[in-house]
Design a protein around this ligand. Structure first.
Ligand code: CA
Length: 224
């Protein structure tokens, strides 16, 4: 799960990023509309948390440009407390949800969980893949009904595979999902994480298959 936070208030941005990272998401932060626009054009995110009142280019304009590129990324807008106008224009421009400032971080976390699980079939919070189940709300993976002990990066890796539902995931996409800007993660490191996750999945019927030169996919039991 890779989240972009676009917020120009330094203390709010810091609090947001810290709590989202603590919850296990990969988070990048930008502080004006131009940076947000550039980041969204060049990277794949699962969720955008977008302040409407951004300098250089308003959040509303960033959102309109994003949707005009046909991006389906989930967008949560942050608006001033009394601005009904901002909320309405934001939702009309393609935001999925909004929060009015000031808000509690616990409420933000709940909205983020709701938005990030919307991408999966039927909005169910539980993904089952053979002997593997994954609870998207609690972020707990179980194999043969036993909880899997996964590092934060292994968990992100597994989430990425499950969300692709057996489709191929390239190494570049994994790097993007696992890393925040400024972090150096080589494709060798990705191989190491995949290797570790593969080991942990061994007792079950789910396999991470290497597609040489292209990437990986999570093989469903009974397919081959
Ligand atoms: Ca602002």
């Amino acid at each position: 799960m890779h989240i972009l936070v676009a917020e120009d208030d330094p203390s709010l941005a810091e609090g947001l990023c810290r709590s989202l990272r603590h919850a296990g998401y990969a988070v990048d932060c930008v502080t004006n509309g131009n940076e947000a626009d550039a980041a969204l054009e060049t990277n794949e995110f699962d969720l955008l948390i977008l302040d409407i009142g951004l300098p250089k280019k308003s959040g509303l304009e960033v959102l309109k440009r994003l949707r005009s590129r046909n991006s389906a990324v989930a967008v949560l807008i942050l608006t001033a407390r009394d601005s009904v106008h901002d909320r309405v224009s934001g939702l009309d421009a393609g935001a999925d949800d909004y929060l009015a400032k000031p808000f509690e971080l616990a409420e933000l976390a709940a909205r983020v969980r709701a938005l990030t699980r919307r991408g999966t079939a039927g909005g169910s919070t539980l993904i089952t893949h053979g002997a593997l189940t994954y609870d998207q709300v609690g972020r707990v993976a179980r194999l043969n009904n036993e909880p899997l002990d996964l590092s934060a990066r292994e968990l992100r890796l597994l989430e990425t595979f499950l969300q692709r539902d057996g489709r191929l995931v390239s190494k570049d996409q994994l790097v993007n999902q696992l890393c925040e800007w400024g972090e150096e993660v080589s494709s060798n490191a990705i191989e190491v994480y995949v290797h570790r996750l593969r080991k942990k999945l061994e007792p079950g019927d789910v396999r991470i298959v290497t597609v040489r030169g292209l990437g990986y996919s999570l093989e469903k039991p009974g397919t081959k």
